[in-house]
Write a protein that binds this ligand. Sequence first.
Ligand SMILES: [Ca+2]
Length: 149
Amino acid sequence: MRVHNTQDELTPKNLKTSLKSNCVYASVEKNGEQFMTPDDFVQRFLGLHRDENYNPQTVKLLGSILDTSKDGLISFLEFQAFEAVLCRPDALYITAFQLFDTNGSGTISFDEFEEIIKHTTLHEQIPFNFGSEFLRLHFGGDKKKRNQL
Ligand SMILES: [Ca+2]
C-alpha cells in the first residue's frame, strides 16, 4: 500500500482546504485585512525556495502570479481567484500570462516578456534571441504590439 501525503501536493482540492487556513500564512495586516507577501506564499505556504541561497527575485515573480493588483501583497480575494484559475482547463496559460503581465495591465508588452525571459536559467545557458521571427510575430517589428489573453 502506498502512503500518500496530500499535504505535499499542490492540487485545487488541497488549495481549497488550505484556503480556509491561509490567514495562518498572512504576515501583513492593513486596515483589518490580512495579506500574504510573496515570501509567505512561496516559502511558507508552498514550501518552495526555502534554502538560504534562494533567489528573492524568483520568489517575488512567483508571488506576482497571484498578486493581480501588483501592489506586492496577496489578498484573500487574489488567493481565491488563483484557486479558481487552477480549476480551469487553461490554468497553465492564465498562470503564465499573469506571470508575464508584470504590471497587471491585462496585456503583455515586449519589455515585460523580455524581463521574465532574462530571469530564467535557460536564458543564462542559451541566450534567447530577442530579434527572432517569433517575437516579430507577437510584438511587431517595432516591438510595440501588446498581447492579450
Ligand atoms: Ca495584491
